[in-house]
Design a protein around this ligand. Sequence first.
Ligand code: GLY
Ligand code: MN
Ligand code: MN
Length: 436
Amino acid sequence: MSAMFNPATYAARRIRLVDQMGRGIAVIPTAPEAVRNADSHYPYRYDSHFHYLTGFDEPEAVLVLIAGSTPQAILFCREKNLEREIWDGYRHGPEAAKAEFGFDAAYPFAQLDEKLIELMGNQSALFHPVGHDAAWDARLLGLRGRVQEKARSGISAPNEIHDVRVLLDEMRLFKDRNELATMHRAATISAAAHVRAMRATRPGMMEYEIEAELLHEFRRNGAQSPAYTSIVAGGTNACVLHYVGNDMQLKDGDLLLIDAACEMDGYAADITRTFPVNGKFSAAQKDVYEMVLAAQAAAIAASRPGKHWNDPHDAALRVIAQGLIDFKLCSGTLDAVLESESYKRFYMHRTGHWLGMDVHDVGAYKVDSNWRALQPGMAFTVEPGCYIRPADDVPQELWNIGIRIEDNVIITEQGCEVLTKAAPKTVAAIEELMAG
Ligand code: GLY
Ligand code: MN
Ligand code: MN
């Protein structure tokens, strides 16, 4: 539970969800614990949808919502267990969870099946994350079958099954005030980590030493973990988009691409910066870097109400495609390069994704097969790049240049706010920081 925990925030989200359901019952489990090896577990991370509606951090918990004129929010959670609490830490138990988190009722997790058979009776629709977890699908269908067996007593079972994520994804796409405050915090800590990494980097260091600087900055500011596996990619490694080995030596004259950010109280940041290992861009590195930076500026300028999801990508793409023509990496007119997609050899990913509780956050990118209109409260990344692998038809001074510049933006009434601007990104700002 975060310091800023306010049960009313979560209660309001639950009410918005049941209003949209109209009728029926929703069953939303949190994530299972995952074994790492033997009896050790991965650090526990709750399910984002479950946490969005509850603020409840413990594993083995399920939220049940009943829609209708007197909506109900019921939590199933682990019971108090003094023996387990000595080993693993505090458990709220149903009684304290009900009081602290503002549920209408709370029961031990072990009573879930028996209670659900009761609660599903005479509900016309069942909402749950259909297909997210095959074991939960089977369990809920089995319980529905148990309700169907009561037909002769006049009790009916839900005859409609809906994916509750259709409603929840849409809610989560628009960040509320509390979410924006947490995202600001995640972004600020992550930007400080990039500054720390730039200050620490010297030729001869290992990529993992720089990774350690990032982790240090995340954790010392209270972030619970990285939001995704950190990419610390020197030289040629920057051209491997999902490089996570982070175990090579940083060479004088190479660039270092870092894609790393923290998760703070359930919200991700997602920042990439690319800078010279020795603190000074070569002429060729600078040319490609400024092209990617210009592409990013064009994409950020297109990130505002009145634009659509694809506009920032298209804006970045035009700048990159023209740059590739100028560098003689692509040939033909701008329109021909865009049409043939020959730019994809050097820029093969999209310019962004929704950002929130999940680094690649939920929310539809298209509505009725049209790119979504950008609206205040939407949060996403703007992350153009250029990755040039050695090849006979590529000028040698461009070999192994891999650059990405990634920031996080929130659409506002007037345009957008860049949450991650504290991480330097102009050539001058980076060189000045690294010289200091
Ligand atoms: N770090 C993951 C991404 O940039 O999408
Ligand atoms: Mn990233
Ligand atoms: Mn990203």
